[in-house]
Write a protein that binds this ligand. Structure first.
Ligand code: KIV
Ligand code: ZN
Length: 516
C-alpha cells in the first residue's frame, strides 16, 4: 500500500446489485459473494436491506457473522423499524455500519415523501442519532442528491454530521450527473459545509448515461474518499459504477488520481464470475477488465505489437486482475478432500455433510463428461447443489430430445412435482422451445419468459453451458440458472429453477419505497 490517500471501496453488489430485476440472492449465495469480496479486500460490504423481508434480514445477519476483514453495512430508511432492524442484523459483525437515507430532491420530497424540506432535515438528524446509539459508524445519504438544491444539501449534511454521521454519501440516484458538474458539486459541498472535515465524503453513481465511473472519478478528484460500486456494475436499471473499473483506473492512472485502494486486484475476475453465475447477469464480452475480450487482441498489428513489446497495446496485465487463475484445478481422480479443500480456498464452506455430498456427487458426474474441471465449474456446481437441497417443489429428473433436419423437434421431460413423477411431451420450434413447452404443460405456471441466455462457463466444446432464464408473473421478476455440458439440459434446469423461485418467493419491500 502506498502512502497516497486511501480511497475506501464500498461494495453494494449485495444490496443495490440485488435490486436488478431477478437478481435476488439466497442467504448462502450472499455469504459466498461476501467471502469473495472479503478476499478482494473490499473495505465495506453493504450486505443488504434488512427491513426488506425476513430472508434479507437473515442474509445480512449471516454475512455479518461470517466476515471478519471487511466492515459489514446494512441499509435502513430513516425510520425506527429499519434502523433498529439493521442494528439487530449487524449484531454479530466484527465491524459494522448502518447506512440510513432520505430523499432530498424537490420531486422526491413533494411526490414520494410528501414532506417539507424542514421535516426531511429533522427526520434525517433523528435517524442518524438513532443509528449512532446502535453503531459508532453511521453513513447518511441524501437520496437523489444530484437533483437536490445545493443549499439544502449543505444544511442537511452539516446537521447530520453534527448528529454523528461519520460518512456522508452523495448519490446520483437516477444517473443524471455529468463528470465536470458532479466533481464540482462534491468540491463545493466540501468547501461550504462547515464541519465537512468531520466526515468522509462518498459518492454513489448510477449508470443511466453510462457515466457512473467517470462521475465517481471526477468526485475523487474533488475530495471524495469513498466510492460505492458493484462487481460487474450490477445494479438497478443500467447499474452502478463498476468496482473493477474504479479500482483499475485508480491503479493504472496513479499519475492522474491522488488516491490508492487496498484491493487485491487478482480477485477481480473470480469475483466477477461468481457474481455472474449466482445472479444470472452475464458479462458482455467487451466489458472493461472482466469481459472475455478485455485482453484479447484481434488485429494482426495489435498482436504483433503485443508480442514484440506488451506495453505497445496493453495498459494492464490480464494476470494482475485474475485472468490467469482460469486453470485446471481438479479432475476425474480427485477425491472428496481435494474437492473440499479447493472449494474452501474459493470461500465455499458447506453448511452440512449433505451439501458436501450433493456437490461432490455432481462433481463426479461432471468429471465423467469433462476432463478438466475449472474453478468456474466448481462454483456453478455448488450453486446447483444448493438449489437441489433447497427442497424445491419441482425438480428436473430427465429429458429426451429428438431433433432431425427437416423434422419438428420433440422433447419428453420428466419432472418430480412435490414427490410425484410427472412426464410430458411437446414439440417446438427448436429443442429448447420444445423442452420449455413440455415443462410448462406440467407446471402450468402462467409466467412470461423475459430473457433466455446461454454462456459457456469455460472454453472448449466440452465446456459447461450456463443458462439464465428470466420469468415474470404478476409484476415479480426472477432469474433461474442451470448448467450442464448439454445446453438443452442446462436450459431445462434453468427454467425449472426459475419456476421454483417464482413460486416460493417472499414479498420484499423496495428500499427506495416511501417508508418514513
Ligand atoms: O441510488 C441511491 O440513491 C441509493 C441510496 C439508497 C443510497 O441506492
Ligand atoms: Zn443506488
Amino acid at each position: 500500500m502506498s502512502d497516497r490517500e486511501h480511497l475506501i471501496i464500498f461494495d453494494t453488489t449485495l444490496r443495490d446489485g440485488e435490486q436488478s430485476p431477478g437478481a435476488s440472492m439466497t442467504r448462502e449465495e450472499k455469504v459466498r459473494i461476501a467471502r469473495a469480496l472479503e478476499r478482494m479486500r473490499v473495505d465495506v460490504i453493504e450486505a443488504g436491506f434488512p427491513a426488506a423481508s425476513k430472508g434479507d434480514f437473515d442474509a445480512v445477519s449471516a454475512v455479518a457473522r461470517t466476515i471478519r476483514e471487511s466492515r459489514v453495512c446494512g441499509l435502513a430508511r430513516a425510520c425506527a423499524e429499519d434502523i433498529d432492524g439493521a442494528g439487530d442484523a449487524l449484531a454479530g459483525a466484527a465491524a459494522a455500519r448502518i447506512h440510513t437515507f432520505i430523499a432530498t430532491s424537490p420531486i422526491h420530497m413533494e411526490r414520494k415523501l410528501q414532506m417539507t424540506p424542514d421535516r426531511v432535515l429533522e427526520q434525517a438528524v433523528w435517524a442518524v442519532k438513532r443509528a449512532r446509539n446502535l453503531c459508532d459508524d453511521v453513513e447518511f445519504s441524501p437520496e437523489d442528491a444530484v437533483r437536490s438544491d445545493p443549499d439544502f444539501l449543505c444544511r442537511i449534511l452539516e446537521a447530520v454530521i453534527d448528529a454523528g454521521a461519520t460518512t456522508v454519501n452523495i448519490p446520483d440516484t437516477v444517473g443524471y450527473a455529468v463528470p465536470q458538474q458532479f466533481g464540482a458539486l462534491i468540491g463545493d459541498l466540501r468547501q461550504r459545509v462547515p464541519n465537512a472535515d468531520k466526515a468522509v465524503f462518498s459518492v454513489h453513481c448510477h449508470n443511466d448515461l453510462g457515466l457512473a465511473v467517470a462521475n465517481s472519478l471526477a468526485a475523487v478528484m474533488h475530495g471524495a474518499r469513498q466510492v460505492e460500486c458493484t462487481v460487474n456494475g450490477l445494479g438497478e436499471r443500467a447499474g452502478n459504477a463498476a468496482l473493477e473499473e474504479i479500482v483499475m483506473a485508480v491503479r493504472t492512472r496513479q499519475d492522474a488520481l491522488p488516491v490508492d485502494t487496498r484491493i487485491d486486484a487478482r480477485e477481480i475476475v473470480p469475483a466477477s464470475r461468481l457474481v455472474a453465475n449466482i445472479t444470472g447477469f452475464t458479462v458482455q464480452p467487451n466489458k472493461a477488465i472482466v469481459g472475455a475480450n478485455a485482453f484479447a487482441h484481434e488485429s494482426g498489428i495489435h498482436q504483433d505489437g503485443v508480442l514484440k513489446h506488451r506495453e505497445t497495446y496493453e495498459i494492464m496485465r490480464a494476470e494482475d486482475v485474475g485472468w490467469a487463475t482460469n486453470r485446471m484445478v481438479l479432475g476425474k481422480h480427485s477425491g472428496r478432500n481435494a474437492f473440499r479443500s479447493r472449494l474452501l480456498e474459493l470461500g465455499v464452506e458447506f453448511e452440512s455433510e449433505a451439501h458436501l455430498n450433493e456437490a461432490f456427487a455432481r462433481f463426479k458426474d461432471l468429471a465423467d463428461k469433462k476432463h478438466e474441471i475449472f474453478d468456474e465449474d466448481l462454483q456453478a456446481l455448488v450453486t446447483e447443489a444448493a438449489q437441489e437441497l433447497e427442497q424445491e417443489a419441482v425438480r428436473f429428473v430427465a429429458m429426451r430430445v429428438c431433433c432431425e433436419t427437416g423434422e419438428t423437434p420433440v422433447a419428453v421431460v420428466t419432472l418430480d412435482v412435490s414427490g410425484e413423477e410427472r412426464r410430458a411431451e411437446a414439440t417446438g420450434s427448436g429443442a429448447v422451445d420444445a423442452a420449455f413447452k413440455a415443462i410448462d404443460s406440467i407446471v402450468q405456471s402462467g409466467t412470461q419468459l423475459l430473457l433466455y441466455s446461454v454462456n459457456n462457463i469455460t472454453t472448449g466444446t466440452d465446456a459447461q453451458g450456463e443458462v439464465t432464464v428470466r420469468l415474470e408473473r404478476g409484476g415479480r421478476v426472477v432469474n433461474g440458472q442451470g448448467s450442464d455440458t448439454d445446453i438443452v439440459i442446462a436450459s431445462a434446469k434453468a427454467y425449472v429453477n426459475a419456476l421454483n423461485r417464482i413460486v416460493s418467493g417472499q414479498v420484499r419491500t423496495h428500499p427506495q419505497a416511501a417508508g418514513v
